[in-house]
Each structure stands twice: as structure tokens, then as C-alpha cells.
Design a protein around this ligand. Structure first.
Ligand SMILES: Nc1ncnc2c1ncn2[C@@H]1O[C@H](COP(=O)(O)OP(=O)(O)OP(=O)(O)O)[C@@H](O)[C@H]1O
Ligand SMILES: Cc1ncsc1CCO
Ligand SMILES: [Mg+2]
Length: 291
């Protein structure tokens, strides 16, 4: 092989993420989260706040939930990554969320946005418009939320309408792929779309992760807590690997929990146990396909 050609192959192998290199990065991220116990604060909804904190602890992180503007600012600087979930807005969030997002930008802290309930009201819309100029590192949502956010930010989502109804999805994950890729490119980060099969993209590289359980749709907060766990891994690795690691952990733990659960109540407990017990190697070995 001429020297130029072999150099090309070596360069290609080292610089391009493939299935094997992605698995290695997932393993490293899970190890580091458990070793470092990063502080990952959240401003999240009041419905699922406890599940978010418990899932973050199970992944190895340290959780801290705040509501007030000055506390959001202060803890944004103290934390290593951050999670903002728009589920249950209150009037003072008009001040808390922009001030926290500005502090995150100033201190160069990566953060995850879950645009829950996009489309419900004016404050939510205004705050999400404000985040266009203060972008997160990862957007995590169900298919309808991802399509709606791409449309709100004027990106080419591939779907003109948005099918959000309350906080649940009415679109398929595959339908949201163009919106997810456009959003990920726009934020120079990653987007995770949840559903029966999850999609994770950095705008160029798109991966589909399999597993989980239908029982996830019978509890509230599986998606919210997935966002919180993504933020834990974001303290340790790139947006794309963080988003995929969390998705892989959820699909593995969800599959295992469903084997023992009798219904939504026992599923939630079995899921937290399985998330806590999930090894880096098993998380990386959960089935995923590079599309
Ligand atoms: N039909 C399904 N089969 C398997 N796993 C699923 C299914 N639907 C959702 N999940 C999993 O459930 C988790 C949450 O995804 P979901 O799309 O329900 O989020 P969400 O609608 O934002 O949830 P919430 O707003 O209640 O927190 C993800 O890990 C996803 O893979
Ligand atoms: C049910 C619900 N309502 C507002 S936030 C939330 C949690 C799921 O997104
Ligand atoms: Mg949700």
C-alpha cells in the first residue's frame, strides 16, 4: 500500500467514530461518572423531580435542584454540567431560566435542555426562543417536542406542523430525524429523541438505540430523568457520547426491569435498581446501530 493510502487509513481509524470507538467512549464515560461523582444541578419540573434526582444518583452523579434566580446562577457556576427541564413553569422562571442560561454560558458549563410541553403557553415559548441565543449542549425530548423546537427556532425540521399534545409525543421518532439533525448542527452539540427506539445525533453522525420497555410510557418522568442522567454524563464527555450513554443505560435498565416488574409501580423501583447495577460494558453492549 502506498504511504499516502496507509496514512489515510490510520488517520481515518483514529478520527472517525464507529461502533467500536463509540463503545469505548461510552465505557470511559460511565466509569468516570462513578469515580468523579460530578455535581449536576437541575431546574426541573415538580412532577418528576424525585425520579430525576434518584436516577442521577444511580448513575453516579450528585443532584441539586433549585428554583430561584440567584440560586440558579450560583449553582450553574458550581456545577460541572446542568439540566433544565421546562415541565412545570412558574412566573419567577421568567427570571431564573435566562439568568441561569447566561451563567452557564459565562462559565462554559455544558447543559441539557428538555423542552417539555413546548406549545402550551406564552412564557414557555418566550423562554425557548431566548435559549436560541444561549443554546444548550444537548436537547433531549420526545419526537413531537424535537420537531416543535426545530420549528420554533426556524430550522428545517422536515415537518411543517407540530404534533405536541400536552407533554406526550404524537409523532414517530423516525419522523423527527431531520429536526433532530438540524437542531444538533445548530447548537453544535447533540440531540436525543426518545420513543420505542431512540435516536441520537450530532447532526452528522446518527445512531439508533434499541431496548427499553413499553412500561416507560406508563410512568411519568422516564424522559425527564433521562435528561438528568444525560447531564451527569455530560460532565464527563462530549454531548454526543453523553446523550448516547444515557440512552443506552435507559434501554438496558428498562429491558431488565421489565422482566421483573408486575406493573408501573414495581417497574420504577426495578428500573432504578437496574440503572444503579448497570456496568459500563453492559451499557456499551446494549444494541445500537450507526445509521
Ligand atoms: N414503546 C417504548 N418501548 C420501549 N421504550 C420506550 C418506549 N417509549 C419510550 N421508551 C423509553 O422511555 C424513555 C422515555 O422516553 P419517552 O419518549 O417516554 O419520554 P417523555 O415522553 O419525554 O417522558 P416524560 O415526559 O414522561 O418524562 C426512553 O428511555 C425511551 O427509550
Ligand atoms: C406530566 C407532566 N406535566 C408537566 S411536566 C410532566 C412530567 C412529564 O414530562
Ligand atoms: Mg418528556
Amino acid at each position: 500500500m502506498p504511504l499516502g493510502v496507509s496514512f489515510f487509513f490510520i488517520f481515518k481509524e483514529e478520527s472517525i467514530l464507529n461502533h467500536e470507538t463509540i463503545q469505548k467512549e461510552i465505557i470511559a464515560a460511565v466509569h468516570r461518572a462513578k469515580e468523579d461523582c460530578p455535581l449536576v444541578p437541575s431546574i426541573t419540573n415538580t412532577v418528576t423531580i424525585e425520579l430525576v434526582a434518584n436516577a442521577q444518583l444511580a448513575a453516579g452523579g450528585s443532584a441539586a435542584m433549585v428554583y430561584l434566580p440567584d440560586e440558579g446562577e450560583a449553582i450553574a457556576a458550581a456545577g460541572e454540567a446542568f439540566y433544565i427541564n421546562m415541565g412545570t413553569l412558574m412566573p419567577f422562571y421568567a427570571e431564573t431560566l435566562p439568568r441561569t442560561a447566561r451563567a452557564l454560558q459565562e462559565h462554559r458549563r455544558p447543559w441539557v435542555l428538555d423542552p417539555v410541553g413546548i406549545g402550551i403557553g406564552g412564557l414557555r415559548k418566550g423562554l425557548l426562543q431566548c435559549f436560541r441565543a444561549l443554546p444548550p449542549s444537548v436537547v433531549r425530548g420526545n419526537a413531537s417536542e424535537i420537531i416543535a423546537l426545530a420549528n420554533l427556532w426556524g430550522l428545517d425540521s422536515g415537518v411543517a406542523r407540530d404534533g405536541v399534545r400536552g407533554v406526550d409525543a404524537t409523532d414517530s421518532v423516525e419522523t423527527a430525524r431531520p429536526a433532530a439533525e438540524a437542531l444538533a448542527s445548530f447548537i453544535h452539540g447533540a440531540v436525543a429523541v426518545s420513543g420505542e427506539r431512540d435516536l441520537v445525533t450530532d447532526g452528522t453522525l446518527t445512531v439508533r438505540s434499541e431496548g427499553g420497555s413499553k412500561l416507560f410510557t406508563k410512568i411519568t418522568g422516564a424522559g425527564c430523568s433521562l435528561g438528568g442522567v444525560t447531564a451527569v454524563y455530560l460532565a464527563e464527555t462530549s454531548p454526543f457520547i453523553a446523550a448516547l450513554t444515557a440512552v443506552q443505560a435507559y434501554n438496558l435498565a428498562g429491558t431488565r426491569a421489565a422482566r421483573e416488574a408486575k406493573g408501573p409501580g414495581s417497574f420504577t423501583a426495578a428500573f432504578l435498581d437496574a440503572l444503579y447495577a448497570a456496568t459500563p460494558e453492559k451499557i456499551a453492549a446494549n444494541p445500537f446501530v450507526v445509521l
